[in-house]
Design a binder for this molecule. Structure first.
Ligand SMILES: Cc1cc2nc3c(=O)[nH]c(=O)nc-3n(C[C@H](O)[C@H](O)[C@H](O)COP(=O)(O)O)c2cc1C
Length: 193
């Protein structure tokens, strides 16, 4: 059995909604367990990360980067970085912002860099946009055209957590793909130097 942690921060519910949809997709795959954990809990106890084989990071995009709360979680893993205890584990990331672009890419790159510094293996969002097959834009898989990780467009406030059907569909596929990759990869890092 491989264990996945979906570690997220959500100020107003949009990122949490996406986290839960990613969990639905990952949970469809045999041989994995999935836990959805607020980043704040792990900031207080980063050693909890050691129990997992794979991580899916989730943060809203705030001013073109991860939220301060999510960054605090990242910084709390400094001790694990020094000992490289997370090396060889599998990681992926997703973000939500209110604008079509909103500089979401920078948020994903920040999660990618964080994972690379820990010696992890990155999994993207490998889906061609379904729009090209004539599916309506709002309903199409990977409609925002992001391969580095999963992107979704959310509301401006808690009162508006509406999300396009296509983004929720992509979240489920993203979770299922990540879990499938995880079942195929050996996550115990071997010493190479
Ligand atoms: C401080 C702050 C900064 C934000 N910066 C951006 C931004 O750079 N780009 C964008 O498209 N939306 C931005 N937003 C909007 C949020 O990304 C959006 O509302 C998102 O759905 C929030 O996710 P949440 O409900 O999980 O908190 C910002 C919101 C806040 C509160």
């Amino acid at each position: 059995m491989k264990n996945i942690a979906i570690v997220y921060h959500s100020g107003q519910g949009n990122t949490e909604r996406l986290a839960r949809q990613v969990a639905v997709g990952a949970g469809r795959i045999d041989g994995v367990t999935v836990e959805v954990i607020p980043a704040q809990e792990l900031t207080a106890d980063p050693e909890r990360l050691l129990a997992f084989d794979g991580f899916i990071w989730g943060s809203p995009t705030y001013l073109g980067g991860v939220s301060g709360t999510f960054k605090s979680f990242m910084d709390a893993t400094g001790g694990l970085w020094r000992t490289q205890k997370l090396k060889g584990k599998i990681a992926a990331g997703f973000t939500v912002s209110s604008l079509p672009s909103g500089d979401k890419q920078t948020t994903l790159i920040s999660m990618l860099t964080f994972s690379m510094q820990h010696g992890m293996i990155w999994v993207g969002n490998p889906f061609l946009p379904e729009r090209r097959e004539g599916v309506a834009y709002e309903q199409s898989l990977n409609r925002l055209g992001s391969w580095t990780g999963l992107m979704a467009q959310g509301g401006h406030s808690a009162a508006n957590t509406s999300m396009a059907e296509g983004d929720l569909k992509t979240a489920e596929a993203f979770g299922a793909n990540f879990a499938t990759v995880l079942t195929r990869v050996e996550t115990e890092a071997e010493e190479v130097v």
